[in-house]
Design a protein around this ligand. Structure first.
Ligand code: TYM
Length: 331
């Protein structure tokens, strides 16, 4: 709670162009809290450098991610939108929480295991302690809910363990956050390997639909989506490709799986893929239009970054000084 309101907190890494997985799994759900909660949505650039980034691209994507937050419906007057590295309290609390996080806990994180395989030449300490920085993001704002995709659930659970451990030693320090995972879009899969999640860092661009892809590209990617040898559109646990397309179609049209099966009864995968592509492209068109307006006005985005960082820093400092007081640091 902050100012007698519950708090919603989440973040997105500017480590690649954002995908419809980021949109459907996370960003789309952020605005549900704008009216009743105090909302903080962060562009987590400090997390992004756990894998090597090209500086000019990191800078460009930081602006783009902020613009996409707004283009996807987050009103900057109702939500605190900011860049993580602009609020130094995040990394300061992260050090403290490192001392309350166990090596064994971090070793069990599946994202760490995945990323250390993918970046075997750069298994740095930041990659290992990544979830601790994420815990500081969340705990600094006395967060109640964390809307995320299912791949981040384990990190939020670790954050809860850290908070519980800290609170046991120093009572009433942190609010216990709850991960909120929207069921219908919990995991949007790769279009080429539908057992894997759609990821902004995938090297195969055909596996991923980016929020900023144009209509032709979106339709082409869906047409090439890997499915199975059947032809009728129906849900079945082992039909990962079709299930994924049904999930995406359902997210964009609001139709249930039964309604989708009825709609495409007697039609083939070709018709279905085209319909998914069109529904996705049509839904993204207004987002893209708004994005293009925003990204052309860097000065406006910088004003927002500054305002967001000041608002966030105000609350972050309060929690940080409470933590330091409890630990026995001389203030
Ligand atoms: P990131 O940048 O990988 O992804 C941002 C959000 O998008 C969700 N997501 C997906 N959801 C469904 N299907 C997919 N294919 C898919 N791909 C990504 C992610 O679950 C996430 O919610 N560690 C976080 C960023 C972070 C954070 C935080 C989140 C840093 N601090 C504090 C919440 C609270 C991450 O790497 O997200």
């Amino acid at each position: 709670m902050l100012d007698n309101k519950k708090v919603s907190y989440s973040g997105v890494q500017p480590s690649g162009n954002l995908t419809i997985g980021n949109y459907l799994g996370a960003i789309k759900n952020f605005s549900a809290y704008s009216d009743e909660y105090k909302c903080f949505y962060c562009v987590v650039d400090s997390h992004a450098i756990t894998v090597r980034q090209v500086p000019a691209e990191l800078r460009r994507r930081t602006y783009e991610t902020l613009a996409l937050y707004i283009a996807c419906g987050l009103d900057p007057d109702k939500n605190t939108l900011y860049v993580q590295s602009h609020v130094p309290a995040h990394t300061e609390l992260a050090w403290i929480l490192n001392c309350f996080t166990m090596f064994g806990e971090l070793s069990r994180m599946t994202q760490f295991k995945d990323k250390s395989e993918r970046h075997a030449d750069n298994v740095n300490a930041g990659l290992f302690t990544y979830p601790v920085l994420m815990a500081s993001d969340i705990l600094l704002y006395q967060t109640d809910v964390v809307p995320v995709g299912v791949d981040q659930k384990q990190h939020v659970e670790l954050c809860r363990n850290i908070a519980a451990r800290f609170n046991q030693l120093y009572p009433d320090t942190f609010t216990m956050p709850e991960p909120i995972i929207s069921k219908d879009s919990m995991k949007i899969a790769s279009l080429q390997e539908p057992t894997k999640k759609m990821s902004k860092s995938d090297e195969n661009v055909n596996a991923v639909v980016y929020i900023l892809d144009d209509k032709d590209t979106i339709i082409r990617k869906f047409k090439r989506a890997v499915t199975d040898s059947e032809t009728c559109v129906r849900y079945a646990p082992e039909k990962h490709g079709i299930n994924n397309l049904m999930t995406i179609y359902s997210c964009y049209t609001g139709k249930t799986f039964e309604e989708i099966e009825r709609e495409f009864d007697g039609k083939g995968y070709g018709d279905f893929k085209l319909a998914v592509g069109e529904a996705c492209a049509d839904a993204l068109a207004p987002v893209q239009q708004k994005f293009n307006e925003l990204i052309a006005d860097k000065a406006y985005l910088e004003t927002l970054m500054k305002k967001g960082a000041e608002e966030a820093a105000y609350y972050a400092r309060k929690t940080l000084s409470k933590v330091k007081r409890k630990l026995g640091f001389v203030q």
